[in-house]
Design a protein around this ligand. Structure first.
Ligand code: 5RP
Length: 217
């Protein structure tokens, strides 16, 4: 199976977790895009979705799924999203698509985070994928220097502005042996909006497309 076929397979499997759910939290990326298509085709009876990005919002609307405001709906039962890397502890690096802050907000506001990935995303130790950090534009150089102090090599994602009108630093070569601690340290740097480590609030269930199967972890 191709990587995209594996993404489709896990996206379809995720439908099981949204049965009888009135409002679904929906992440961002190519795997989630498949999930949205399956959700629309399923004709399940649900009220709508809370979206993690403008891109996801556009796709949800295109397939006829109502998009709801998180502030109006309170705690969500389920959040479905992909990841750039996931560890055996269900800690993740996310933000390859730049939607990390809204993704983190919805994950925090959800009872259950179902992560859907193809097997290429599974790693023993996080960090081969450069860690995205969303930064207030005027703090870009300052935060970059702080990331160097942490041992990373920050690269400004040029020509990219987040949905929140901020910039992204992709930080290479970080030694992520304690993801929870590093997530907190980076959060505490002035000018950082959020970082792509999802360790304090990791996934609850991981669906992995591997070979011809979907493995649940
Ligand atoms: C976007 C994300 C995505 O979940 C992550 O990049 C995975 O994307 P894809 O499903 O396209 O592989 O964090 O900000």
């Amino acid at each position: 199976m191709t990587q995209d076929e594996l993404k489709q397979k896990v996206a379809e499997a995720a439908l099981h977790y949204v049965k009888d759910v009135a409002i679904v939290g929906v992440g961002t990326g190519s795997t989630v895009r498949h999930f949205i298509d399956y959700l629309a085709d399923s004709k399940q009876n649900f009220e709508g979705a809370v979206s993690s990005s403008e891109m996801t919002t556009a796709h949800l609307k295109k397939v006829g799924i109502p998009v709801l405001d998180l502030n109006a709906v309170g705690t969500l039962d389920v959040y479905i999203d992909g990841a750039d890397e996931i560890s055996p502890h269900k800690h993740m690096i996310k933000g390859g698509g730049g939607a990390l802050t809204r993704e983190k907000i919805i994950a925090a506001a959800s009872k259950k985070f179902i992560c859907i990935v193809d097997e290429s995303k599974c790693v023993d130790v996080l960090g081969a994928f450069a860690l995205p950090v969303e930064v207030i534009p005027m703090a870009r150089s300052y935060v970059a220097r702080e990331m160097v102090k942490l041992g990373g090599q920050p690269v400004w994602r040029e020509n990219f502005i987040t949905d929140n009108h901020n910039v992204i630093l992709d930080v290479h070569n970080l030694n992520i042996l304690d993801p929870i601690k590093l997530e907190q340290i980076i959060n505490n740097i002035t000018g950082v909006v959020s970082n792509g480590l999802f360790a304090m609030r990791g996934a609850d269930v991981v669906l992995i497309g591997k070979g011809t199967e979907v493995i649940t972890r």
